[in-house]
Design a protein around this ligand. Sequence first.
Ligand code: NAD
Length: 495
Amino acid sequence: MMQLRSFIANQWVESARAHRFQSLNPATNEPIADVMQASAEDVDAAVGAAKKAFDCGSWSELDPDSRAEILLRAAAIMRRRLRELAEWEARDVGKPLREAELIDIPYSIRALEYFANQAREIQGQVIPLPGQNAFDWVSYEPYGVVAGIIPWNFPLHLATRCVAPALATGNTVVLKPSPLAPVTPTLLGDIFREAGLPPGVFNVVNGGADVGERLVSHADVRMVSFTGSVPTGRRVMELSARSRIIKKLLLEMGGKGPFIVEPDCDINGAVNSLIVGFCLVAGQVCCASTRLYLHERIYDDFMSRLLKRVQSLRFGDLMDPATQMSAIISSAQLQKVEAYVNEARENGATVRCGGARHTKPPFDRGNFYPPTILENVSPDMRCHREEIFGPVLVVLPYQNLDDAIALANDSSYALGATVWTENIRRLYHASRHLDAGIVWLNTNVMSKIEAPYGGNKNSGLGREDGVIGLKEYLKVKNNVLFVGKDYDNFYGFSQ
Ligand code: NAD
């Protein structure tokens, strides 16, 4: 079993009054890691180490090339350990090893490489002030100590998505992984130390809400990069607002992705991309496509192809390359998914497939729920309005595209939205009118590190990834230099 402690100033630290908890493999409910929960003193020590490292300038004042060299070394170490990291990711999250090897770990390596290189290119701006004997330039500076708080569905990917840009731009970091999947983010401590990161630049504390709140409230934390649910994001805002110095916030929260299918689309392409949209990581993805708006002219044809494909998805041993479906992260989350589906059924929804947890061995040991499709759903039902975070798709027919767009926009979320049609004018019309941070047109859930990722409304504030995401980790300074001598009539205040 993996033993995890706090990582502070390049040391694994055992807390004086350590509480411990275990991380379980969701596919078997067996413990795979024994984790030390950070005490309040540990959190303070981690922030203290990060502040000391920032203030001494050994990282924040280092030129971007030298910072990049260390981050690229960390990426190379991760590449060397790819298989091992993928195995831990698969067991901690309950996802197929093939997925962790193909998606999670390569994406995390790419994040380090991309942000290390992009940070070299950050340039300021000169604002000409002709005739004023003055020179104005804009520069970018790191915030200081950044708290990274992340969920469990893509642990290493979401850790590096915030840690890489934060470090590449000269900040120092205290990372708090989710207690449900803490292994790979915590292993980053070893990876960065081996790569040569100075002590205190990267620190990890483990635990749940208490540890998170202590970190967010700490007076020396200048920025919080949070990924997680809307209620926790609201709490992070509240705690920041109450701090003596309000913190810069970057919030990536939930979604309820609409998926609009027009009658002229490539139906097979749409079906395949929808399956990924609501079944990847068993639907436990923020930008999952969970609301299908289906044009009534192709309703029956599309549904029969969708049902056929869904029923052929394979559950199995996570280490088997043929396995496609993940487990649900915890028994509590499994119960939540069941409750949503049962309530929908009681309120008149029709369950077209799935609808009950797997109870046959060997799946009864873990938290497995089959892809579930609900029809006869009305827009005000909770299964249509709320993020379920499980493999549950609701289907509503529509007659014209603007009705589908109106349904899509009538949500408190606005993260990803998808449209399928061969008509370029309707694609453009939909992309203009959908309220979403990302609009996928004849594709789905594609996310590239080079492009900004994030949502509007309750789905978030700000953007991760891309140059836009990198700049979130930098504050802007406007510098004005007056080189004239005439102060006698400054702003009309003559002497
Ligand atoms: P969560 O909000 O329960 O937890 C997220 C993190 O916050 C965890 O590390 C948790 O320990 C910590 N936390 C919990 N309470 C806290 C508090 N009071 N103060 C500070 N920290 C606290 O979310 P989750 O269940 O881990 O993740 C699922 C959610 O994350 C879903 O809503 C999903 O849509 C969202 N998500 C969003 C994105 C995105 O990029 N937009 C990506 C992945 C997941």
